[in-house]
Design a protein around this ligand. Structure first.
Ligand code: SAM
Length: 283
């Protein structure tokens, strides 16, 4: 980074995808601030919301609106400036742009045009919620917002009921109780989950436990946006016993790799998991 004549630090040409705080202003990284000071233009979801944040940090870079209703045309204009060698940043109201937020058409257009796209990572509500949920983090699925209509929401939940990976959803305050009630119904009231509200803020709350026990606390807290993290469906014990037994029989006759591949085909389990199970048994 170098100092331009205007006294602002100048960034290399390209598009910067910059994360901003999800509540606590102390989470606005030094690098994010430097980049936003150094670019010539910031594309923001809501210029009033971002204007307040930037003013607080004394960042006076011009803002332009890029939201879901104008992002296709606006991306064309921004791309033209990027082609001329501009350094432009993309931010959203809170957290990481493109995560349930606008920006995908612009990033795709920039990539297709061979323009450098730089990540300036930072806060993201679902990562924060997952990290404090106490649920498995090795494999997870981010589902974003569920459909707002009840029938479509229940249909989507039904499609996800057998998913073995941890599930993550965003939810609005006025729908959280209905969503948790549907989840308890479709996934079962004993399925483990964690709900987080106002993360990084003064009234941050996290409730963890079986889905059926989380409806009452959500009912009591009517404000704030939520992240819902739900444990994936546990493998039924009979299924894991079948996998083990099949592998045992086949591994007695075949090399482990082949036995694992056949067991995976027969039981629908993941080949790598079966192979790892075989290695553990061998030891
Ligand atoms: N781009 C953002 C990110 O990186 O997380 C998400 C934007 S999405 C439009 C807004 C949703 O994120 C909210 O409805 C809520 O589900 C979640 N969210 C954002 N900030 C949050 C916070 N401080 N605590 C809990 N959930 C939050």
């Amino acid at each position: 980074m170098s100092e331009s004549e205007s006294g602002r630090s100048a960034e290399r040409a390209g598009l910067y995808v910059v994360a901003t705080p999800i509540g606590n202003l102390g989470d606005f990284s030094v690098r994010a601030q430097e980049v936003l000071r150094g670019v010539e233009l910031i594309a923001a979801e809501d210029t009033r919301v971002s204007g307040r944040l930037l003013a607080h940090f004394g960042i006076r870079t011009p803002l332009i609106a890029l939201h879901e209703h104008n992002e296709r045309e606006r991306s064309e204009d921004l791309l033209a400036r990027l082609r001329e060698g501009a350094a432009i940043a993309l931010i959203s109201d809170a957290g990481t742009p493109l995560i349930s937020d606008p920006g995908l058409p612009l990033v795709r257009a920039a990539r297709a045009a061979g323009i450098a796209v730089y990540a300036v990572p930072g806060p993201c509500a679902f990562v924060a919620a997952l990290s404090v949920s106490g649920l498995p983090t090795d494999r997870f699925v981010f589902e974003g917002f569920l459909p707002s209509r009840a029938a479509a929401r229940r249909r989507r939940l039904t499609e996800l009921a057998a998913e073995p990976r941890t599930l993550i959803f965003y939810e609005a305050p006025h729908r959280i109780v209905d969503t948790l009630t549907d989840m308890a119904d479709v996934f079962g009231a004993t399925r483990e989950a964690a709900i987080s509200r106002e993360l990084t803020k003064l009234h941050e709350t996290v409730h963890a436990g079986p889905l059926g026990d989380l409806i009452a606390p959500a009912q009591a807290e009517t404000r704030g946006e939520w992240v819902v993290v739900v444990a994936g469906r546990a493998q039924p014990p009979s299924a894991s016993a079948d996998i083990e037994r099949t592998l045992e029989i086949l591994a007695a006759e075949l090399p482990l790799k082949q036995a694992a591949a056949l067991t995976a085909k027969l039981t629908g389990a993941a080949k790598n998991d079966v192979y790892a199970l075989g290695l553990r048994k061998k030891r």
